[in-house]
Design a protein around this ligand. Structure first.
Ligand code: ADE
Length: 242
């Protein structure tokens, strides 16, 4: 997976790329990543990337020419890549979308600033408009990092552990089960006995029950769109009655 970020603040990405799983995935060549400054594609002497809005009003709009040039130049070097505009007006990002994006060879992530980008950019040059939530950030950079983080975890081999991403919350429409580590008793709270038993099937059953119960308590909305297995339905029935 190739990520190219188009931004006026490429330095923001240096710390993101030099820590943890992302750093390891880069070092292991599971992903490649670079940030390109949109200013380099501005043709005027001052490398201006924004301008006042037609029709008046406050705030500035990102000019179309430098953005279009940056997207076209990047697309040419990244066959098979999809262009993603990060915007609060986009589709809300979720795990399913992360999986869809992880299936492409490359992503060009376009970070808006100011009030937004000139509308004419969106018609021919953008494949996805994506929002990371119903709130407005000062720019798309943090949203691009969120997206790259979630997508990288899904690239085979990026997490180290073989199937770690498959067991994540949301991967099967449920929240993940509760986790415990040592000590066995912490502030008078004991680890559930079954987890110490070494009995694989019972542990699996407990984990599924924990998963269903937590989803019911914390995110009941997730259960509305989910096809439950008979075992999950049974657990849900039990907890609904409790
Ligand atoms: N840019 C500003 N706010 C945003 C959001 N919520 N998601 C994606 N990009 C953004």
């Amino acid at each position: 997976m190739f990520f190219t970020v188009l931004t006026i603040f490429p330095e923001m990405f240096d710390p993101f790329w030099s820590h943890g799983i992302i750093r390891r995935a880069l070092e292991a060549k599971k992903i490649e990543a670079s940030a390109v400054n949109i200013r380099e594609f501005a043709e005027d002497r001052h490398q201006v990337t924004d301008d006042r809005p037609f029709g008046g009003g406050s705030g500035m709009v990102m000019k179309p020419e430098p953005l279009a040039a940056a997207i076209r130049a990047t697309s040419q070097t990244m066959q098979g890549a999809k262009a993603v505009l990060l915007t609060p007006q986009g589709r809300i990002f979720d795990q399913q979308m992360a999986r869809e994006l992880a299936s492409y060879e490359g992503l060009i992530l376009i970070c808006g600033r100011y009030e937004g980008v000139d509308e004419r950019i969106c018609h021919d040059l953008i494949d996805y408009e994506i929002s990371i939530g119903d709130y407005v950030l000062t720019g798309g950079e943090l949203a691009a990092m969120v997206l790259m983080d979630a997508v990288t975890r899904l690239i085979p081999g990026a997490l180290g552990g073989e199937d770690a991403a498959e067991k994540d919350s949301f991967s099967d429409g449920l929240l993940e089960h509760a986790h415990y580590t040592r000590p066995r008793i912490f502030e008078a709270q004991a680890v559930p006995e079954v987890l110490l038993s070494g009995h694989h099937q019972e542990i699996e059953n407990w984990r599924l029950e924990s998963s269903v119960m937590r989803t019911l308590l914390k995110r009941p909305d997730l259960l509305q769109n989910k096809d439950l297995t008979p075992q999950e339905s049974q657990i849900l029935k039990k907890w609904r009655q409790a």
